[in-house]
Design a protein around this ligand. Sequence first.
Ligand code: FES
Length: 160
Amino acid sequence: MINRRKFMKFGIYAIGGTMAAVSSIALARFAIGPSFEKTRSKWVEVELGKQPVDSGSFQGVVLEYETKEGWSTNVARTLVYIKRTTGDEVVAISAGCTHLGCIVSWDEQQNIFKCPCHDGRFDADGNVISGPPPAALKRHPAKIGDGKLLIRTETIPYVG
Ligand code: FES
């Protein structure tokens, strides 16, 4: 038979144990939680520029943004070629070659993207024309709102 004193003692231990368990979980979450955080993709605001609408030409812009991997926070830079097709429509193509990741350049005269590493060529839509690249250049989602141009990042670093 359990008497009142034993019941109270058991109750105090149960409450204390529960509080310790709850605070340990909260503490562990606070201590190791950031190690699982990772920046995947985000919208970055860039200068809209004075590029005329539907000029057919691309302008290179560098997206600079903070990334987080665990406890480490870094600044990433990505080169993107943008072209305004209509008043508020923008095409944003990644400069990262899909072969081995070299940075492609826009050739205004030939209307193509050229990769300096293994002579990969892409048309103005980013599709492969020739060379070893296995796929088209990546497109970044882009939008214009309130006079600002926003481009969604990809994880292709720009080494300039
Ligand atoms: Fe671009 Fe090889 S890295 S063609």
